[in-house]
Design a binder for this molecule. Structure first.
Ligand code: ZN
Ligand code: ZN
Length: 411
């Protein structure tokens, strides 16, 4: 059966190209109950690749929702010690991490936003050390996706459920460069080489700032940190292991200077945050900080992001993507950031990636902050690219160079 083969290829890709499991390495798989077919195949593939022991941390979005609805907020804020110990244990073991994303967009739409906010802040605080470990590339980590009926029927509302699930699987395979008659591992080597070349071009140009403009009203200048590094595609962990954090990925991204974003950005895709779909929104920045914003739907959820902490009103990532890209060309709105962010120029509110500044992964956070690195408990990407996007870079000696014209890279 072709689909079984494709699933096996996707599992193998997550193991070999995603985390690149090393001999005798512990693997932690984070999965929801929606994803058990793929989780089983990834587990098997990881053992075959030489994993020492595999832990699967299961969760269920409906059970999580019941908890959010019924638990007292004090209980939600009291993170069990074993959960923190579990994270510490996996760090001590030198584990790598595979997350299987399979969202149910809008599931938490009716949950009290205050409770969600307090629960998520408590969790992020308790596990801040873990986030720092993973986002600092101290080990390999990756995210892959799995179809589920609730997600698929929202992405393909006109199809019967079973067909929608299949259609979403096939969109996932296609976006992840998994096909029956090619070797996905080789496909990714070729893809990474292209991204590497683009990163090099942008790094050599060493822009001071980027100017984004389109007809929707985006008119935004994003200053970049000095010694910024454009990245995208494969990365090296601090242990020297090559891995791919996102399957799929199309982006080339870098670190904005925390206090250097000015102007207005208008989102071009809805943002699914904590199970709520924020739609038709814009943000206005002054000296890096969001000073005005609005959303036609789920403004509360956007407010929650911005009010998380001192860093969540500033951006930590700016990413460039051609409008003419495989994910964008599917024309599908995936209602999930892993896919939608790869169809469109995007930025992230909150925490920056240390690797986006020279030697950042080996630099203490306090020194990074002085250079303009934004620190926050959250990192929330949202999309603002469009077919008519124009991006112009300004170099340190004042030259202006067009990077993206009518939505597509021209350099
Ligand atoms: Zn990104
Ligand atoms: Zn991001």
């Amino acid at each position: 059966m072709p689909k079984q083969q494709l699933l096996e290829k996707l599992a193998d890709l997550a193991v070999k190209v995603g985390v690149n499991v090393q001999p005798d390495q512990t693997v932690v798989i984070r999965a929801t109950t929606e994803t058990k077919t793929l989780a089983r195949l990834i587990t098997e593939a990881a053992y075959v690749a030489g994993a020492k022991r595999i832990h699967v941390n299961w969760s269920d979005d409906y059970i999580s929702r019941s908890g959010l609805n019924h638990m007292k907020v004090e209980t939600l804020e009291d993170i069990p010690a074993w959960q923190i110990e579990q994270a510490k244990y996996s760090i001590d073991e030198g584990a790598c991490f595979i997350s299987i994303a399979s969202p149910i967009p809008g599931l938490n739409a009716g949950v009290d936003p205050m409770k969600m906010q307090r629960a998520s802040i408590a969790m992020q605080k308790a596990l801040a050390f873990f986030q720092t470990h993973v986002m600092g590339n101290k080990t390999q980590w990756t995210i892959v996706a799995a179809s589920n009926p609730e997600w698929a029927t929202q992405v393909f509302p006109k199809l019967p459920e079973a067909e929608a699930v299949e259609a979403l699987w096939h969109a996932i395979f296609e976006a992840s460069r998994v096909t029956l008659d090619t070797d996905p591992v080789k496909n990714w080597a070729a893809h990474n080489a292209i991204l590497l070349k683009r990163n090099k071009t942008l790094n050599d140009l060493n822009f001071k700032s980027l100017h984004f403009q389109n007809s929707l009203g985006t008119d935004l200048v994003v200053e970049l940190v000095k010694d910024h590094v454009w990245a995208g595609g494969g990365e090296h962990s601090t242990q020297g292991v090559y891995f791919n954090p996102n399957i799929p990925t199309e982006e080339t991204f870098t670190m904005p200077y925390k206090w250097g974003t000015q102007g207005k950005v208008v989102a071009t895709k809805p943002l699914n945050y904590q199970g709520k779909l924020i739609e038709d929104f814009y943000l206005v920045f002054k000296d890096g900080q969001v000073i005005d914003y609005d959303a036609k739907k789920q403004k509360d959820a956007l407010t929650n992001i911005l009010n998380t902490d001192d860093g969540s009103k500033y951006i930590g990532e700016i990413a460039l993507i051609s409008h003419d890209s495989p994910i964008s060309n599917t024309g599908i709105l995936f209602l999930n950031t892993l896919f939608d962010e790869n169809a469109s120029c995007h930025m992230a509110l909150g925490r920056a990636y240390p690797m986006n500044i020279k030697d950042g992964v080996n630099t203490p956070v306090e020194s990074l902050k002085e250079a303009g690195y934004n620190h926050s408990m959250v990192h929330v990407d949202f999309m603002f690219g469009s077919a008519d996007m124009e991006v112009t870079g300004t170099t340190h000696d004042g030259r202006k160079i067009k990077i993206i014209e009518k939505g597509d890279f021209i350099i």
